[in-house]
Write a protein that binds this ligand. Structure first.
Ligand code: HEC
Length: 193
């Protein structure tokens, strides 16, 4: 009789443990879902796609192409014709920067920069990045926190003001979108005088 009681007690404990584990798993899934929602919200509000998503032409002008979400400057985009000399410069009457129709290629005093592929593609996107590397990149304005300085118009100094919690949410969302293979070109330094 006594043994029976003990056995059923153990069984009850085991059942309680399973229920607790299930509850924890459900809570973890809820937290992860919340994080992705928050990340998507911040990426939309932060306008990442303005520069990082190639556009399709609509009757109202260029709009982000949902099939190439956040995949960066399309590697196969033909380069617009060369700019007239002295068009861009620091003086009144000169332009500060100029962009292509996708808003993914930018020419300014820094040379030419191309919006990066933010999808989780391993070879051409951020598939190999950790969220710590993403946070340090945004906080320091340096590639992976240790490489070259990021070029305009990437507004890393604004994104740097987000909390770690929000930056992790942005990164988690970026990791959750469709990976797109697109090798974005390296930036081109400015032409000499
Ligand atoms: C006004 C245009 C613009 C906006 C808006 C923008 N970016 Fe960028 N971003 C760029 C450009 C251009 C580059 C490439 C810079 C370079 O090559 O140095 C870049 C580079 C990056 C990189 C690559 C950094 C690296 O080290 O390789 C990441 C990550 C990034 N952006 C994330 C974001 C996120 C997240 C947002 C929104 C919260 C965002 N960007 C908004 C233009 C923009």
């Amino acid at each position: 009789m006594r043994t029976r009681l003990v056995v059923s007690g153990v069984a009850a404990l085991a059942a309680a443990a399973v229920a607790a584990a299930q509850a924890t798993a459900a809570e973890t899934a809820d937290v992860a879902k919340e994080q992705l929602k928050r990340g998507e919200y911040l990426v939309n509000y932060g306008g990442c796609g303005d520069c990082h998503t190639p556009k399709v032409m609509t009757p109202n002008g260029p709009a982000p192409d949902p099939s190439r979400l956040l995949s960066g400057h399309a590697a196969n985009t033909p380069r617009p014709s060369a700019l007239p000399p002295a068009l861009i410069g620091p003086n009144p009457g000169q332009w500060g920067a100029i962009t292509n129709n996708d808003l993914t290629e930018w020419v300014g005093p820094w040379g030419t920069s191309y919006a990066s592929n933010l999808t989780p593609d391993v070879a051409t996107g951020m598939g190999n990045w950790t969220s710590d590397q993403f946070i340090t990149t945004m906080r320091t304005g340096k590639h992976l926190g240790v490489g070259r300085l990021l070029l305009p118009p990437m507004p890393w100094f604004d994104i740097a003001k987000l909390t770690d919690h929000d930056l992790r949410a942005v990164f988690a969302y970026l990791k959750s979108i469709k990976p797109i293979q697109n090798p974005v070109p390296q930036p081109v330094p400015p032409k000499g005088p």
